[in-house]
Design a protein around this ligand. Structure first.
Ligand SMILES: [Fe+2]
Ligand SMILES: [Fe+2]
Length: 301
């Protein structure tokens, strides 16, 4: 079952305690669009004036990303792109709250933003749209804040019921962001980052914009390369790429976005479309990996 709606099991409340939607209410993809139409966006404030300015360089030091951010010039353009994004103060506060309460998830957003910005800068140069897309990557998992914390605790064994609850995070996040931002790439990214070419969740009327596919690939790469309780060690960059190449071959990830990732991992010379994937090699994946994805559980629910 890949539903396009969720029934709220508790009130949807933002970081300031404002009620966005009440327990029992159903939220659908259409409600997200409706909220975006209704929203009156507060003035944007540059992320260079937010807590993100203190942390934006943090992913550059991660050994898994050394090929992505190898030169000071690349690091400079990526951090400039992220910090040039403008978001309302309320979302600055959401980011601060996330940083204070859940460093792992905050860091996942940060790494996804840096990786997506690196990919987009290689694809389109310093285009005006890149900062908004970096902000979209930073906030793509905001909906996880609205999931019961016990479901996201380390080591929990998911079943179909809990997987369905976790699978509601794209709609919850997109609704929250639509109320704040109106129509914005962050809403599309929150809604579409688990779409997996129609095999993920939620069900959408059509494919998300190509930029959302870039955020989705950046998010997967960021997740695979970090420590998780269900595997003995993270994938290294090569092993994570092998997973994404296999996903693309199976029609579950966007091939061009995976090519773009491999292109920037190899230094960004030449054309991304001409990238030929290497063969899968042993020794780059964790030996013990007990991960059963939410998408698999939801698909069979
Ligand atoms: Fe997610
Ligand atoms: Fe993510």
């Amino acid at each position: 079952m890949r539903s396009d709606r969720v029934a709220l099991v508790r009130d949807l409340i933002d970081g300031q305690g404002r009620l966005l939607a009440a327990r029992g209410q159903q939220l659908s993809v259409r409600d997200v669009e409706e909220a975006a139409r209704r929203a009156r966006r507060a003035p944007g404030v540059l992320l260079s004036g937010s807590v993100v300015a203190e942390d934006v360089r943090e992913p550059f030091g991660d050994p898994a990303y050394r090929h992505l951010f190898r030169s000071p010039a690349v690091q400079g353009s990526v951090s400039r792109a992220v910090l040039a994004a403008e978001l309302p103060e309320t979302l600055h506060q959401e980011l601060r709250l996330l940083r204070d309460t859940d460093w792992t998830r905050y860091r996942h957003g940060l790494a996804t933003a840096a990786i997506a910005a690196r990919m987009l800068l290689a694809a389109v140069g310093e285009a005006q749209a890149v900062p908004d897309l970096a902000a979209a990557a930073l906030l793509h998992d905001l909906g996880m804040r609205h999931i019961r914390p016990e479901l996201t605790r380390a080591g929990i064994q998911l079943d179909q019921t809990t997987a369905l609850e976790i699978a509601s995070h794209p709609i919850l996040g997109a609704y929250h962001l639509a109320c704040e931002l109106g129509s914005h790439p962050a809403v599309d990214a929150a809604l579409g980052h688990h779409w997996r070419k129609g095999r993920g969740y939620p069900r959408l009327a059509g494919p998300p914009p190509r930029s959302v596919e870039v955020v989705a690939v950046a998010s997967s790469f960021a997740a695979l390369t970090q420590a998780r309780p269900f595997r003995s060690m993270p994938f290294d960059a090569r092993g994570a790429t092998d997973v994404l190449v296999a996903d693309a071959s199976a029609g579950e990830a966007d091939l061009e976005s995976v090519q773009l990732l491999v292109h920037v991992l190899r230094g960004g010379g030449g054309e991304a479309r001409r990238v030929v994937f290497g063969r899968e090699r042993l020794g780059h994946a964790p030996q013990d990996n007990r991960h059963l994805g939410v998408a698999q559980l939801v698909a069979t629910a």
